[in-house]
Design a protein around this ligand. Sequence first.
Ligand code: SF4
Length: 368
Amino acid sequence: MIPLRIKAEAHAAQPFVVRLRSFEGIADIETRANAGAFDVSLESAGAEAAEYVGEGGSVRILGIDPSEVDGDVLLVNPQRGTADRLIRSTSSHNTFLVTERCDQLCVMCSQPPKKHHVDLFGHFEQAAMLAPEGATIGISGGEPTLFKVELFGFLRTVMRTREDLRFHILTNAQHFEENDRANLLELDRKRIVWGIPLYSADPAIHDEIVGKDGAFGKLRSGLAFLGRAGAQIELRTVLMQPNAPGLARLAKYLTTTVPFIQTWAIMQLENIGYARQNWNRLFYDSFSGFEAVGQAIDIARSRGIDVQLFNFPLCTVPGSYRHLAPSTISDWKRAYMDACENCSLRGDCGGFFEWHPQEHGYAGLGGV
Ligand code: SF4
């Protein structure tokens, strides 16, 4: 697994953001001269640590080769002796976890919420400004819109300065109000996709899955608000035993109630957090039971809704639907099983989450 947190040492009292420059030829004066205020350049590298120096001071990175972190944007926490790789320059899977607080308690939550919140929006803003040209940055939580004032402020500032950046924001869409319209309309809506979970057309099943009474009704209002504002929406449905039988009904619901969405993503379950605890009653073998998925896809696509299958091992998807299943598992947490070794589909297949059990649960795997 690619490490997102590395060891770091710095003489500073507070956390700070830097971009690493692991230049070839560390004495390159011209390149140094072009470095910005947040850049630190490689000064020396040994077997255990690499020293970087910049305008604002120095930082020592331990346990990782400088070539692997060139261009990365780090949030260095000197007190803890760590640095979070907020942006990995070679990855298209960079996400800012803006809060761990949430107002839902989903049965399969991969990142169980915490009560406390540390406001790092200022650091995220600096990091986004240093992102590579044309990057898409994910915003996740917890529930980011619990801090929508800060979130809108962050988006406004960054998007004004960095017109090349795009954002994908995961939200339960239950905290928008009419007076947020001006904030939303101020942003370039073409550069933001709102990823919004909806698990069932049956309010009781949806509310049960997210652990919050009335969530379905609020979500419906939020979707209508975003639709009226012309926002781009990617609806997300994690496939599980409780909602798989109702997937076709959900497809019909989407085509009549929210036909303005851009994409419907049906997602396989990630074996982590609460999903791991509840695995046996949640995991749905989409190889054995693909009919429920296929039927839902056919309904949605026949009525003009784009459907994608996220996190599905390619060999568990019938050939005629495989073009809908891109490789979606982030590079830093992607792994393959023994059965994948000689697989002809491996180049296009996203495989498994690193933590998926060896007893993978699919009746059919490999053999292609
Ligand atoms: S055998 Fe492995 S690599 Fe091949 S399609 Fe299945 S999961 Fe993907």
